[in-house]
Design a protein around this ligand. Structure first.
Ligand code: FES
Length: 105
C-alpha cells in the first residue's frame, strides 16, 4: 500500500525521519534520487538516523550509521562498510504531484 510522506523538496544528501504505523522510516535523497529505508541498522538494530544527537549522514551515495560507522547503499539496502554485513530494509518510493510516496506491506 502506498503512503504519502514528505513534500518533494529534499536536496541531495538530505533526509527526514517519520513513522508510518509502527515502521520508523528514513526518506532521503542521493544523486540517484529518493530512497526509503527502515530506520534500523542491521548491525545492532539501533536507529540509523540518530545516536544520542549525532545524526546519520549521506556521504558519497551511502548512508552512514552514526553508532559504529557502518555504511549502506540506501537504494538497495546492501551493506557497504563494516561493521555491518547484512542489508537494511528498503521500500519502494515514487514522486507524484510533489509528494514522495512510500510502499509498505
Ligand atoms: S548499530 Fe549501526 S554500525 Fe553499529
Amino acid at each position: 500500500m502506498w503512503h504519502p510522506t514528505i513534500k518533494d523538496e529534499l536536496s541531495e544528501n538530505e533526509f527526514r525521519t517519520l513513522t508510518i504505523g509502527e515502521t520508523p522510516l528514513i526518506i532521503g535523497r542521493t544523486s540517484k534520487g529518493y530512497f526509503a529505508v527502515r530506520d534500523r541498522c542491521s548491525h545492532q538494530a539501533l536507529p540509523l538516523s540518530d545516536a544520542d544527537g549525532i545524526s546519520g549522514r549521506i556521504f558519497r551515495g551511502l548512508f552512514e550509521c552514526p553508532h559504529h560507522g557502518a555504511k549502506f547503499d540506501p537504494h538497495t539496502g546492501q551493506a557497504r562498510g563494516l561493521p555491518a554485513v547484512k542489508p537494511i530494509e528498503t521500500f519502494e518510493v515514487k514522486v507524484e504531484e510533489g509528494t514522495v510516496w512510500v510502499k509498505l506491506g
